[in-house]
Design a protein around this ligand. Sequence first.
Ligand code: NG1
Ligand code: ZN
Length: 544
Amino acid sequence: MDLDAVTKHSTLHAKPNGLILQYGTAGFRANAEHLDHIMYRMGLLAVLRSKQTKSTIGVMVTASHNPEEDNGVKLIDPLGEMLAPSWEEHATCLANAEEQDLQRVLVGISESEAVDLQQDAFVVIGRDTRPSSEKFSQSVIDGVTVLGSQFHDYGLLTTPQLHYMVYCRNTSGQYGKATTEGYYQKLSKAFVALTKQVSCSGDEYRSLKVDCANGIGALKLKEMQHYFSQGLSVQLYNDGTKGKLNHLCGADFVKSHQKPPEGMEMKPNERCCSFDGDADRIVYYYRNEDGQFHLIDGDKIATLISSFLKELLLEIGENLNIGVVQTAYANGSSTRYLEEVMKVPVYCTKTGVKHLHHKAQEFDIGVYFEANGHGTALFSKAVEMKIKQLAKELEGDKGKAAKMLENVIDLFNQAAGDAISDMLVIEAILALKGLTVQQWDALYMDLPNRQLKVKVADRRVISTTDAERQVVTPPGLQEMISDLVKKYKLSRAFVRPSGTEDVIRVYAEADSQENADSLAHEVSLAVFQLAGGIGERPTPSFCG
Ligand code: NG1
Ligand code: ZN
């Protein structure tokens, strides 16, 4: 390691004095002004991680659904997964080291992780469409090359595409070809094979309106659409030619405001969906004849997918274990429906896809979704091999079901939640089952809910347990929340520090919107009071 060169280049990516940032739920995120040193240093760290794992490591420059002025970066581990927790700590240490300590911290990480510095390294880089992203990916490359390592810059990619590339490269191409072309071909081939079997010819399933959040999803869908146009035609809205990234549009806006994005023309009962800024989340929605807006979030997507998979397994007579993984944000009605009606075991993990992803890997088939629309389905290697075998051997209806399952496995991104892949899975399932968007929505009724944010001086004063459903500190807060919850019917509430914003998040659900709103407001006041709220006290108008 040429440490002098590291220091010399570091002066070109100077750390603002006193700035402390943490590797959070999805890497580093902040206003782009504060991030150049982080990018350079994550280039350095990716090289060390690559040497240690003897694998290709990914670096994605994006701040997902955050405003355009923000940016962020995260590292992708060898199997396309999120960075291992011990390396998240190294990332935080390296990011916060003052210039004079940089060499010492780098050497410290190499020693504690027994990194063989002679080992070759390879890093792949992707970025979203933010104005600051191109320059930042150059800063990452500076960090990679100063350590003498090789890299490939994919340029503009969706986050899940980079996860896919990393996975392909570390499995000798067995998962697919590590190019955008390879990604488009793999997914489209599976989608077209699935939808060819659709017996009803209704045009209803042939078209879909997609709000791309003025982000990278628009560019990639435009490139991809002719590959699957036999099965589906997509109309793109908020494609980045006019509006600002994530501004009044995108999956996060639609989910949190529970209303349609700007710029979308919705006719009654038309199926529409929204991606987020880096295309790793998707939510669906429609308006009924009365103009009422209906949101179909990640929970209902998980329900549709798991019921379809369960039916296929029944058809081929295989008793494989399916599990659904959610977080505390899952609507109570979805959990009840999955457990009581579908008889599928449901598990709850902490927020953050890495937690859901790891839990889902414990099953033969693990379906995981955050309520906000980030998720996928994972199939164990043994299951994948078995289904491939059955697809060859079985005949008649059983053979048809096995082939469908084989294509479904190929259609899901096994490395990360992926809006494009999920969209194609959902479209295929709706067409194959002959379900309209209203019929899908009617599987169960969501409980009215409300999410709020409270600003506090230090969000770390709140710690939680039981997959974030119970507060441990500050003392007395959980008791207050429990007492408030008792005042309402079908109610539930919890609070947790955000991993991507400097706020405490509050969630409440109850039997009516009014009650969910007032419970959320009361819990916000309790947080403000006991956890050191700053700024304006939460008022009831806070809701909505
Ligand atoms: P935080 O800020 O930790 O709540 C948010 C989302 C997560 C996840 C990350 C990464 C909610 C309530 N939280 O995390 O689910 O998607 O961003 O993007 O939606
Ligand atoms: Zn995202």
